[in-house]
Design a protein around this ligand. Structure first.
Ligand code: UVW
Length: 346
């Protein structure tokens, strides 16, 4: 028990990494494990695991998330600060400068979910009523908040929203490097929508000799981001909702595996790592049960929409499943998610 909570969710790690912990299982990325991860570098090739950040394209996959909008910054004379010759400031200056800004939806494309992204309704304070809490008992409104509704027409109406605890900057500050393990669901399960539970996962891992040890950064290749790339910024919702493998967050054995494996983070090249929509649940339940298990209970960050297909093909050809992974998010204080450009080295 801590000052913030009397009850912790069943199967959670609240308090285990410290009373005020905000990074969860990133604590497992120890210096010793980073050194061990470096031993997975063989040919020295680097792999960009990010989609171009304007993919998937449009907002059909999620109406509240929009592609990045770039703007030139503005000169004192109201001109776009693009191609500006600096000789206006001094006749001998030879520089020509462009400068810009971006409106970037933090979870539009290749991204990390911060632990402040998904919490739960849970009676943490023991008063008999569930309240809105996040990993390690950090609370809605007190620690994670948005300003009162102004107009609500555009996300800029809620400027000042902030995760005072569990924001993505906590993840960034750890550096996020370690050993990646590729689990190639696509190779074994194909391109149709399949909900992957524990038994299927074990079959795939055994077939490839893939092993997950405590502190590994586990990547699930499904082929979904590759399909998105091929759709060239005009994604078909109908096709993508029925495409590729997804983890089955309703499979209790799978959730237990996430707990027992000691995986530091879970990553996939699909929309939500787990099936979205998930299979129907019973009684009071989370819509996204893997999100609940990882972000809310365990402190396991989720990486989504990563571009894994070329790396998965290379590893398969090399007969390997492990690689060195560097994947810090933006060190953006208060954000509940972040784009990133992860890099694998093989
Ligand atoms: C959702 O809201 C679906 O979250 P995520 O992008 O983490 O899947």
């Amino acid at each position: 028990m801590t000052k913030r909570w009397k009850n912790r969710p069943e199967g959670s790690t609240w308090g285990d990494f410290g009373e005020d912990d905000q990074t969860g299982r990133l604590a497992l990325l120890t210096p010793e494990r980073v050194r061990r991860a470096a031993a997975e570098i063989h040919d020295g090739r680097s792999w960009c695991l990010s989609l171009p950040l304007d993919f998937p394209g449009g907002n059909k996959l999620n109406e509240r998330r929009h592609p990045p909008r770039l703007f030139a910054t503005v000169t004192a004379k109201g001109q776009p600060w693009f191609n500006q010759p600096l000789n206006v400031n001094g006749p001998d200056f030879t520089d020509v400068v462009s400068d810009d800004a971006v409106l970037l939806h933090c979870q539009y494309s290749t991204q990390w979910d911060a632990l402040a992204h998904v919490g739960g309704l849970f009676d943490a304070d023991g008063d008999g009523e569930p309240e809105r809490v996040y990993y390690n008992g950090w609370r809605a409104e007190e620690h994670i908040f948005a300003p009162a509704n102004t107009h609500g027409h555009d996300c800029s109406d809620f400027e000042g929203s902030h995760a005072d605890r569990l924001g993505i900057e906590n993840m960034a500050a750890t550096g996020v490097q370690g050993r990646g393990v590729m689990i190639d669901l696509r190779h074994h399960l194909g391109d149709a929508r399949t909900y992957v539970g524990y038994d299927d996962l074990m079959r795939v891992m055994e077939a490839d000799g893939a092993e997950v040890e405590e502190g590994d950064m586990v990547c699930f290749h499904t082929g979904w981001a590759q399909r998105v790339l091929e759709m060239d910024r005009d994604p078909s919702v109908e096709i993508l909702h029925d495409a590729c493998a997804v983890l089955d967050g309703r499979d209790a054995k799978l959730l237990n595996w996430v707990t027992d494996s000691g995986a530091a983070v879970l990553i996939a090249d699909n929309y939500a790592v787990e099936g979205h929509p998930s299979r129907p649940g019973e009684g009071k339940h989370a819509v996204l049960p893997l999100h609940e298990h990882c972000l809310f209970k365990l402190g396991v960050h989720l990486g989504e929409l990563w571009h894994l297909t070329p790396l998965a093909a290379h590893l398969r050809a090399a007969g390997r499943t492990r690689f060195f992974l560097t994947a810090p998010p933006l060190r953006l204080p208060g954000a509940v998610g972040s784009p990133l450009t992860p890099v694998a080295t093989t």
